[in-house]
Design a protein around this ligand. Sequence first.
Ligand code: FE2
Ligand code: FE2
Length: 304
Amino acid sequence: MKPLGQHPAPRHVIAHLSDPQMLAGRPLHGKVDTEARMRAALDRLSAIDPPPHAIVFTGDLADRGEPEAYAVLRALVEPAAAQCGAQVVWVMGNHDERAAYAQGLLDRAATDAPQDEVHDVDGLRIISLDTSVPGYHHGEIGTEQLAWLADQLATPAEHGTLLAVHHPPIPVPMLEAAALIELHDQAALADVIRGTDVRGIIGGHFHYTSWSTFAGVPVSVASSTCYTEDPATPGLTSGVDGHQAFTMLHVYADAVVHSVVPVAGAPEVVGHPAELAEQLEALDPTELFELVSGKESPLYSNEL
Ligand SMILES: [Fe+2]
Ligand SMILES: [Fe+2]
């Protein structure tokens, strides 16, 4: 569909999914079918137009780091990505295991080294930075990794950079327990980010959607596709089998727009068919303005 407003079409469309926490052959916490949840998320993603140029998964890909879980995830995601012509960007999380992740998702040799990667998505750089710490759930970025990141960012990318991490470098006021396993020494990362072409930082880990800024850069946290944390719970934490969601990023020359997409559908109470878009595109600007902005327009009385 051609733009109907003052903004041109976005240059890049990025799907941001997080925390699928795949388990091989058994439900997560005895209740959540992680494979079914992943299928549902990919089904919803496949209905989005225009389709994404890249699909980014910000960690906790396999709940126990099992090779079989990575194989199932890959078998689900790669065909879905190929269908819409999207690159896949994986990011390590605290539930992942580096050796199985490297072998199972990146076709690398098994290694305990940090799994950092740079992707070029039609001029938009996406850096996958491994914040995991072997044997622990909190996040750290080693000094060698910070030096590597600074080196990468020393050369700006054509359309700027998105930094994808698992542990978001922001406070978690709606899930204070997560602060116990947050990214340590966030100030050191801020020193590397500040003044570079990083246009956004995306992360996961919280299992609910959140936004903030870090070193002057917008931060967006995607919810989870397996189970979510209920931020209105009176308990310290409360994981629930509902409200699963992912985030779409639309990257413009001077803006990045984040939109949350619930995985579960809901009954439609009002709407207009897709064919209406062609009719709108065919109208001259005055007709279009009156039809879509006029309060007496038949568009709002369901006469069209
Ligand atoms: Fe997680
Ligand atoms: Fe996590």
